[in-house]
Ligand binder design. Structure first.
Ligand code: NAD
Ligand code: IPM
Ligand code: MN
Length: 347
């Protein structure tokens, strides 16, 4: 059997709690298919406050050696001035996405049988957002000028390259071709005219290569309407880094809640390890109480296994999660109870 060499970054808040459950389930799911080795990396806001390290070069180098990374969530006390300016989010999470060229941020949404939707008439909800992961307004390009004066100016420059857009657009087309043949580009071409025109032109240029796929376009504001009123119209959405961030929290709500929303930061070329994580954050409001739903982390582990060419193990996890969702009811369960229940279905 093959080996699967994982780096584990639990992070802060509920991150370590949900990651423990994802690992618990992953270990059972791959038993027989792969031998798993796990190396834990104590990174995050807490680690930074204790040691001064956000993400050293040596740690980055060590992480690069693994097959894949299982990530929980990071983010400490928002009122702590030592963590101001998103230094952990930028210096750790975004640093990893950029350094490991995670140009695809894959975020699937589905409404499972048994799960209540906040929408009165959701119809069939089954779509994926392919969020660009290495460009856009996330690159940190910009600055504050004339700081402290009444004439202060702040800029946040979005970077969009033809190369960066084309690779994520191609991935999205391939996803659509393997699903229901529909791709929706979401942008704001009526206002963000420079970046919008580039995204549209790349989609138009690639489209003929995927003749079976119908291409659609929505402005991001209108996309939020249709996500809430008619989500079944969506199959694959491709969009930039920031629009994708916002739309996928909305998508999570549509799919039954943020505790169910999984994601994969993928380097499809395989030059660097991919990293999966729940869409949610460290949830300081419920941290340390075993209240978090680990399902998003568990489904993220399934994305990792798909990406690592272990599709049978991934499918087993999804089937166990679906069975758990169908019978879950409304009685609250502890984080570890959910993990135990899903792992038990795999045995
Ligand atoms: P959040 O996702 O942490 O929490 C939003 C709300 O959802 C909270 O009420 C929380 O209790 C709830 N929630 C989140 N995950 C849940 C789960 N698994 N089960 C049940 N309820 C859950 O978002 P936030 O409050 O905006 O951010 C908190 C911190 O997390 C910030 O520091 C932020 O920067 C960071 N963050 C990190 C990541 C990441 O590491 N990938 C993602 C988003 C936010
Ligand atoms: C997410 C998070 C991150 C993002 C933050 C914490 C940097 O919100 O993974 O969705 O904006 O990408
Ligand atoms: Mn987000």
């Amino acid at each position: 059997t093959r080996t699967l060499d994982l780096a584990i970054i639990g992070g802060d808040g509920i991150g370590p709690e949900v990651t423990a459950e994802a690992l618990k389930v992953l270990r059972v799911a791959v038993a027989g298919d792969a031998t798993v080795t796990e190396t834990a990396y104590p990174l995050g806001a807490e680690h930074y406050l204790a040691t001064g390290e956000i993400l050293d070069e040596a740690t980055l180098e060590a992480l690069a050696q693994h097959d894949a990374i299982l990530f929980g969530a990071v983010g400490g006390d928002p009122r702590d001035p030592r963590l101001a300016g998103g230094i952990i989010e930028r210096g750790l999470l975004l640093k990893l996405r950029f350094a490991f060229d995670h140009y695809v941020n894959l975020r699937p949404t589905f409404l499972a049988p048994g799960i209540a939707s906040p929408l009165a008439d959701p119809g069939s909800v089954d779509f994926v957002v392919v969020r660009e992961g290495t460009e856009g307004p996330y690159v940190g390009n910009g600055g504050r000028f004339r700081q402290g004066t009444p004439h202060e100016v702040a800029t946040e420059v979005s970077i969009n390259t033809a190369f960066g857009i084309e690779r994520v657009v191609r991935f999205a087309f391939a996803q659509a071709a393997a699903r229901r043949q529909k791709l929706t580009l979401v942008h704001k071409t009526n206002v963000l005219v420079h970046a919008g025109a580039l995204w549209q032109s790349v989609v138009d240029r690639v489209a003929p290569e995927f003749a079976s796929v119908t291409v659609d376009y929505l402005h991001v504001d209108a996309a939020t309407i249709f996500l809430a009123t008619d989500p079944s119209r969506f199959d694959v959405i491709v969009t930039d880094n920031l629009f994708g961030d916002i739309l996928t929290d909305l998508a999570a709500a549509i799919g039954g809640g943020i505790g169910l929303a999984a994601s994969g930061n993928l380097n499809p070329d395989g030059a660097f390890p991919s990293m999966v994580e729940p869409v949610h954050g460290s949830a300081p409001d419920i941290a340390g109480q075993q209240k978090a739903d680990p399902t998003a982390a568990i489904l993220s582990a399934a994305i990792l296994l798909d990406q690592q060419a272990l599709p049978d193990a991934a499918a087993r996890i999804r089937a166990a999660v679906l069975a758990d969702l169908a019978e879950r009811g409304s009685a609250p369960r502890r984080t570890s109870e959910v993990g135990d229940a899903i792992a038990a279905r795999l045995r």
